[in-house]
Design a protein around this ligand. Structure first.
Ligand code: NAD
Length: 375
């Protein structure tokens, strides 16, 4: 099996899909691993370190190398130009962002590619070591708090100094999934008082065990639903009441970290402009849901916008800002998923396996999950 580790070409992407440690593992399975020169440079892995792990460095991946590959690791989808060089049955593995991507659909179909999209990996216990969404969300939650702390005009911890006592910062975390819980833990470590809103009842106990306070949900007839551990979209009536409750907490907050998402849907807008008006000038909102439309009205990807003195930061690409650990965890996730399907150096996907069938978009070009491309 020839495995390619190409340089990432998407703008702002600093991660790499395999580390030297992952290359060593893949070599031990009998594969040949080709790394594009400097692919690991932005995440702290030198060409030499890949070579020392048994990888083969190639200056620029040309037509020949792409066309001979059996398995391609990537963080984000390679360019259409490179995808069209792939041979029939080549396996593409990464965060392919297939939602509504008709061009990707066309290429994997016409080039007969087998595409594994990690966004679709089932969230079952056996999948935990391969769960890219979790490993990257964890980093995003952590970094969001550091970003907020550096942008805030106040301390996070309570301090008793000779010049007087400094009160701890108040942080509201919207969404207590993987990113949200890591944001809670990080903000607590920095000494803030933390409040969390989520619509899944299981989250209450989780945030309380981290020392944060759960914001009780409004009383409505139709309770918000949950499927496969994921939240379902709430009704407009619920959302209106939830926002009324949140207004009170946000008006006293210094920081809001927005992580609320609904799988395959637009993120709920939990902070609107009238709510921002009631926040204190100097407060900071970090919106991690910005690429799904955002939890806060007016946030834009990779931009800081001032609104009524509040800093609104659209932070959709935080994992890439911690590229060494993000890449290390990502590479471990990928090798853990693919290892059981490589025997004596030959890759053979078991389509009956729940993890593979969950994220296999296409099998040698036959599209298996048409619906995903329609979103
Ligand atoms: P996510 O990114 O899809 O959503 C983040 C959070 O937003 C969720 O907790 C969700 O309930 C919340 N949310 C949605 N609408 C909201 C609203 N209106 N107001 C407030 N909060 C709202 O979620 P995630 O971080 O990917 O985690 C989803 C679930 O999967 C969690 O239960 C998590 O523990 C579970 N999980 C399981 C595994 C596993 O067993 N392999 C791995 C990772 C996560």
């Amino acid at each position: 099996t020839k495995i390619l580790i190409p340089s990432e070409t998407s703008s702002g992407e600093r991660r790499v899909s395999a580390t030297p440690e992952a290359v060593k593992k893949l070599k031990s399975l009998g594969c040949d691993v080709y790394i594009e020169s400097s692919a690991g440079k932005l995440s702290g892995f030198s060409d030499l370190s890949y070579e020392e792990s048994g990888g083969i460095i190639i200056n620029n991946f040309n037509q020949k190398i792409w066309s001979e590959a059996d398995l391609i690791f990537c963080v984000q989808t390679p360019s259409n130009d490179n995808l069209t060089k792939l041979k029939k049955g080549a396996v593409l593995l990464g965060l392919l962002n297939p939602y509504g991507n008709k061009e990707l659909l066309r290429i994997i179909n016409s080039n007969k590619i087998s595409a594994l999209s990690l966004e679709l990996l089932p969230r079952i216990s056996r999948a935990q070591s391969s769960d890219v969404l979790s490993s990257q969300a964890n980093i995003a939650g952590y970094k969001a708090v550091l970003l907020a702390a550096s942008e805030l005009d106040r301390y996070f911890p309570m301090l008793m100094t000779a010049a007087g006592t400094v009160q701890p910062a108040k942080v509201v975390v919207l969404g207590g999934g993987v990113a949200g819980l890591q944001a809670v833990a990080t903000a607590k470590r920095l000494g803030a008082i933390v409040f969390v809103s989520d619509i899944r009842p299981a989250v209450k106990e989780q945030v309380e065990s981290l020392g944060a306070r759960f914001i009780e949900l409004p009383e409505v007839e139709e309770k918000p639903g949950e499927a496969g551990g994921y939240a379902k979209a709430v009704t407009p009536e619920f959302l209106t009441k939830q926002k009324a409750t949140l207004t009170k907490y946000l008006s006293e907050a210094d920081v809001a970290i927005c992580t609320a998402q609904v799988l395959g849907k637009k993120a709920p807008v939990l902070i609107d402009l009238p709510m921002i008006e009631k926040m204190r000038p100097g407060a900071v909102v970090i919106d991690l849901a910005v690429s799904q439309g955002g939890n806060c009205e007016g946030t834009k990807s990779n931009e800081t916008i001032m609104k009524d003195g509040v800093k609104l930061i659209g932070a959709g690409e935080l994992p890439s800002s911690v590229p060494y650990d993000a890449s290390s965890l990502y590479a471990k996730n990928l090798t853990s998923l693919i290892t059981p399907f490589i025997k004596d150096g030959v890759i053979k996907l078991d389509k009956e396996d729940e993890l593979i069938s969950g994220c296999l978009l296409s099998d040698e070009g036959v599209v298996l999950q048409n619906k995903v491309f329609e979103n």
